[in-house]
Write a protein that binds this ligand. Sequence first.
Ligand code: SF4
Length: 486
Amino acid sequence: MKVKLILPSLTEAKSAFWRPIKYSLFPPIGLGTLAAFLDKDDEIDLQDQHVEELNLNDSPDLVLIQVYITNAKRAYSIAKLYRDRGIFVALGGLHVTALPDEAEKFADAIFIGPAEQTFPDFIKDFKSKSPKKRYISTSGRTLQNIPPIRRDLIKRDKYLVPNSLVISRGCPHHCNFCYKDAFYQGGISYYTYRVDEILTEISRLPGRHLYFLDDHLFGNPKFATELFEGMRGMKRVFQGAATVKSILEGDLIEKAAEAGLRSLFVGFETFSPENLKQSNKSQNLKLDYERAAQRLHDLGIMINGSFVFGLDDDKSDVFKRTVDWGIRNAITTATYHILTPYPGTRLYNSMVKSGRIITNDWDLYDTRHVVYETIGLSKEELETGYWWSYKEFYKWNNIFKASFSHDTFKHQMKHLFYTGGWKKFEEVWNVLIKIGGLNKMLPILELLLSDIENNSDIEQLETTPPNYNITLKSYTSNESVSEVAK
Ligand code: SF4
């Protein structure tokens, strides 16, 4: 059987305004996970439109498309193209689960909720020519003993972070603006792989760097403790995401640092208790954000702080206060969002009820546009303030200010190179993407994420320098700098 798996690009990823590197970070491991349920002799083609031109002239027996809100239009048009040729198309993902009635119009079958349990049933039905229209995940969700992800289908050289992992599903919290509760409705909403299976998977991955894409890596402290203990001595460096609360409580963060945690995505979101209550983000209420930041600095863990603008208690001073806080507390990188009420979430439902949703153009639900009636700020103030915050935080003088507020020279340099490298060398990233040399940057990323107390990481890099020859050759033989950098 020939199976085509497609991740259509997000609308914003193809816009001239957005940064291509942001969309060349992580491979579509969700599709790779589903591919593992197919037969060994099935012919599988996995394509990610963020990093390659889609070949839509083929004739597979089955097409599976992963749908997010801002790739929905593109996903539906790809689905139509195949269905017009009589090819069976199945759709799944967050947006399909949020709006199954909409998605169903463009598909022969849809998956609602996580698909690890329903996908094998679907394949059986498909092969016996009796597929159902809807496959709904409810009971029996588990990640234990499922086949290992088909990493052989992933084009590693097209991604900066090919060693991405997702070792859990969901999260123990219930924020109003988050997809999580809608996606996992009808069954358990937080579960993990077995630690021994994760350690085996890690040992299969080349290089040192890992990125855990889980919503909350510390969501189950017992599981996380076992994982970090198992990883100690594996000489890995890794990045992940966790809540402020989990950083402040107990000694999990120290265990993570000992296992190789070097950078953490932290959902600070807002400083306003009223906003936290509106978001049902009670886990952040009354917590000392500055102490959390300091604890991470003391362990040499860089911080990617996430902040949301546009909650009802935000006033026009929110942008400057948030940016100043990030610089003062030496946040390494900041991710700002305009509040976005995704369909299916409690936030969306309450805004629909109160008549505050102003558009259902899903392409605008990209956290850069205002799609609802604002309260404390005007729509224009919110969009202008959002762009101002990015520009301000990443000005060189502010990068220097944040970098030099660390205590040690090594920490200062790491901050400076990591933030500067990420935000200030767009054209270099564009060239690397164009010539397919992104993963050649991994040793540099690994160096930046190395233990600031441990020089052996630097020595190791010096003895195994990255191979830039292929990169340089294909670059010089193909295109001029200005063409590539456009
Ligand atoms: S903590 Fe993060 S992943 Fe969990 S419910 Fe809140 S926003 Fe969603």
